[in-house]
Design a protein around this ligand. Structure first.
Ligand code: GTP
Ligand code: MG
Length: 369
């Protein structure tokens, strides 16, 4: 059945698999049930799983519109999905996990959204009606931290509630001529940032616990995620600005500490007063450098006076300070993370917050008159 001609296939669903032998039959059956009234194909991309997933999939392809791609010299979720896209002949492409954490029954709604004009339709855990079941507090915190990180750094992800979803559909034209990098495992981000995306729809679903088989998620993948987001930020063009902003922040720390020592040791000021004064002056230091250097080309478009920008910058920094404290408390007191790691993560988030809000508010790009 996989020999249907290109024009006939409306949707190609890609399911990457690694050791999913116990899930693959149920997946194929449920997808078929959900899509029986559509012309579809299911492309299973297996990395030569030792448990024999590919053989099982091959057997199913006799009765269902299933295409099996077996890779023997490569391993990895993202590159498997990209390989699947290359084999796909549908006008709409989609991605679904093979372990049934993404309900195939939601596909018709996603397809409906694409048919009514969405370029990308996302199966979303974070719109009303969606959710996750069975996650520990730690996994929730990591997941929402990763989500916030991506949204702060990537403007293409900012308006999306679930930009890290692994369950989504999109029109093939969205990625026409786009080189999708097979790094990181969040292919949706790659599509949102690099693709030609105007309308995005989010359709709720509930992410359930895996019933059979084992998770393939590793720490290495998590690290790859950070690298991937920085790579995409560079692609969007905000990366250089962000690096300047971070460098200015570093000079602020030097001013802050240096001044504190001066005021206490040589000025004889009370420590608390010295902390307050040196903190405020370091913020002013940062403001001046950002005004003259980081956001130099945005000044005229911001539509506000320098004094107003300075006040806004102060407010944003205050917010960043609050975020730093809150995040530190959550990681250190609630989750028991080592205090230096907690504060490092808290600083990263505060800096990202400061950056994102200053870009959007203090030095917002002017509208064409
Ligand atoms: N081809 C291929 N597929 C993979 C690879 N790693 C993971 N997958 C598949 O990608 C999908 C998602 O991987 P999971 O391990 O379930 O990741 P997760 O859903 O974030 O983690 P859990 O909630 O613990 O299941 C599953 O269908 C996996 O079989 C890989 O290296 N190659
Ligand atoms: Mg899974």
């Amino acid at each position: 059945m996989s020999s249907q001609s290109n024009a006939q296939v409306e949707i190609s669903l890609i399911a990457p698999t690694y050791n999913e032998k116990d899930n693959i039959r149920v997946l194929v059956e449920r997808v078929h049930q959900a899509l029986s009234s559509y012309s579809y194909e299911l492309v299973i991309v297996d990395d030569n799983s030792p448990d024999g997933t590919a053989r099982e999939a091959q057997a199913l392809s006799a009765d269902y519109p299933v295409k099996v791609v077996v890779r023997t010299n490569e391993r990895g979720l993202a590159s498997a999905v990209v390989a699947g896209f290359k084999e796909a002949s549908g006008r709409v492409l989609g991605v679904i996990d093979a372990d049934l954490q993404h309900p195939p029954e939601a596909i018709p709604d996603l397809l409906g959204a694409v048919r009514s004009g969405a370029d990308v339709a996302i199966g979303s855990r974070y719109v009303p009606g969606g959710g996750v079941v069975g996650w520990s507090l730690k996994r929730r915190v990591i997941s929402s931290g990763a989500k916030t990180f991506a949204r702060l750094l990537l403007s293409s992800a900012r308006k999306i509630r679930d930009p890290l979803s692994g369950f989504f559909l999109f029109r093939k034209e969205v990625v026409e001529g786009v080189e999708l990098a097979p790094t990181g495992y969040k292919i949706l981000l790659e599509v949102l940032v690099k693709g030609d995306v105007k309308n995005v729809a989010e359709v709720p679903y509930t992410f359930r616990e895996r019933e059979r088989g084992q998770s393939n998620l590793t720490l290495k993948e998590e690290m790859n995620f950070l690298k991937h987001v920085f790579h995409l930020a560079r692609f969007e063009g905000h990366f250089v600005t962000f690096m300047k902003f971070a460098m200015v922040g570093a000079t602020g720390t030097v001013v802050n500490l240096g001044l504190l020592v001066l005021l206490v040791e040589f000025g004889g000021l009370h420590e608390t007063l010295a902390v307050a004064i040196s903190y405020e002056i370091s913020i002013l230091n940062n403001f001046v450098w950002n005004e003259l250097w980081t956001f130099r080309d945005r000044r005229s478009g911001a539509g506000s006076s320098r004094l107003v920008r300075a006040l806004k910058f102060n407010l944003v920094s205050l917010g960043g300070f609050g975020i730093n404290l809150a995040m530190f408390s959550l990681l250190f007191h609630v989750l028991g993370v080592f205090y230096i790691a907690s504060e490092a993560a808290a600083i990263l988030f505060a800096v990202l917050w400061n950056f994102a809000v200053n870009v959007k508010w203090t030095w917002r790009a002017g509208r064409p008159q």
